[in-house]
Write a new protein. Sequence first.
Length: 261
Amino acid sequence: MARMPGAEWRPIPINYTDNGQAEVRGVVVHIMAGTFEGTDSWFRNRAAKASSHFGTSKTGRLRQWVDTADRAWAQAGGNPSWLSVENEGQGGDTLTDAQLDANARVLAWAHEKYGVPLQVTHSPTGKGLGYHAMGGSAWGGHTSCPGSRIVAQLAEIVARAKKLAGVAEPDKPTGYAPPKFPAGLAPNKAKPSAKPLQRALKAAGFMARSVAEADTYGPATQAAVAKFHNAHPKYRAAGKSYDPAIGPQGWAGLHRLAYGK
């Protein structure tokens, strides 16, 4: 049995798989699109066919519904490998300060219990703190869960979890200014080199560190840039739902996110 100390234990009798957690790659953040107690009731309804390991209220109450040795039914294909946290609120919300703290407590505990790395991930093959939409169709196609505003808060959850876990943040430069945008950098081009862009994408968690660097701005780089835009849509080209190209503003925003905060 694996129950998190400090979380209110309120088990549900249905809508989960007993002893079904194959591994724990990380913690997935969700939005309830409802209330804390309403979600509690829904998970106890057999028709729901849904559940979550944990949930938070806007006031920061932290509840555990499913033992982490068991598989919650939260993100379809991601269920066997990821823990889940449902957060009270609606699409388009940001998490409250109390919810950020509660999510950080879950992540810090998962780090201690399962060795989950204290980092943001944007890929279902990654490890760390993720979000429902990153799994795409394999995770149910919930592309608006938990929403871009909450995805932008994931780094803050990680920072708070590191403090709880006693993990020191590396010193970062003050007064950081990103390098000048390299004119001509574009998808499917090899000049100028895309390597600096790839390094920034890796540092910010949008590209796996195992991906080999290359001069060409190829499909892997384009996909990582699109993930960055989905998490920070203010840098995405107007009217586009998928934007694989980086422009001067996105270049500067990405570099500040990777190196300057």
